[in-house]
Design a protein around this ligand. Structure first.
Ligand SMILES: [Zn+2]
Ligand SMILES: [Zn+2]
Ligand SMILES: [Zn+2]
Ligand SMILES: [Zn+2]
Length: 237
């Protein structure tokens, strides 16, 4: 029974496909032309090992927000590899494989790049001198590497005293006696002062707490790609 319906259904599908195809071509046609030109320029730059130029073309392509050619993540990954941005390279390579699978035109080349990435990525993981993207750490400018800082006490805001919570800062406590008469007593917690020595800084006004700039690590990532080698002291002087 269902076989009978195939020809008309197929025809409808065909007409729809053609119609939709024309619409989408009309919409993205000019954009694709643009990115195609960029893609050609980037490939030419790679050809002459001008990876810096290729890098900026690829970044312009991304910034433009236009649809990217499916081969783009592979070529960008290769460019980033050459510029020693291994973590970023790996991200774009994974993107390429994710989008194109093993049917992609550059599947073999992508696999080969994946193998070349293994060793530099392992070096980054093993190195204590750089972050997990491979950028060299620098000493935190806020705590100068001390990881913690003496700051105004956060609890009393550097005043050294806080209001007594039992008497709400009045120094007096009221009680209603059996004759329903309100009696006033001196607050025994603050001895009538209405204030207490700050329980956090104990009146020192300061507290030592972990540095917020570096989240207590003493170091920050820099823009410098790490060579995984300890800097010599001669160099620092
Ligand atoms: Zn710090
Ligand atoms: Zn009190
Ligand atoms: Zn305090
Ligand atoms: Zn390193």
């Amino acid at each position: 029974m269902s076989f009978k319906f195939h020809p008309p259904l197929y025809l409808i599908c065909l007409i729809l496909t053609v119609a939709l195809g024309q619409v989408s071509l009309a919409q993205i046609g000019p954009n694709l032309g643009h990115t195609d030109r960029w893609m050609k320029a980037a490939k030419a730059a790679i050809e002459r090992t001008d990876y810096k130029t290729a890098n900026s073309i690829f970044r312009n392509m991304i910034d433009s927000g236009q649809p990217l050619p499916e081969e783009m993540p592979y070529f960008f990954a290769e460019t980033l590899f050459q510029l020693e941005q291994y973590d970023n390279s790996s991200n774009f390579l994974n993107k390429y494989l994710e989008l194109n699978g093993f049917t992609g035109e550059y599947y073999k080349a992508a696999q080969e790049l994946q193998q070349r990435l293994e060793s530099p990525l392992r070096e980054i993981l093993d190195c204590q001198l750089c972050d997990r993207r491979g950028y060299r750490f620098k000493t935190c400018f806020t705590c100068h590497g001390d990881r913690q800082l003496e700051q105004d006490c956060h609890y009393c805001k550097g005043k050294g005293v806080v209001g007594c919570s039992r008497c709400s800062g009045s120094g007096m406590i009221t009680k209603v006696n059996i004759f329903k008469i309100v009696e006033y007593y001196e607050c025994d917690r603050c001895h009538g002062k209405g204030r207490l020595t700050c329980p956090v800084c104990e009146g020192n006004l300061k507290e030592v707490s972990s540095c917020e700039t570096c989240r207590g690590s003493g170091k920050l990532s820099s823009e410098v790609i790490c060579n995984h080698e300890e800097e010599s002291h001669d160099h620092e002087l």
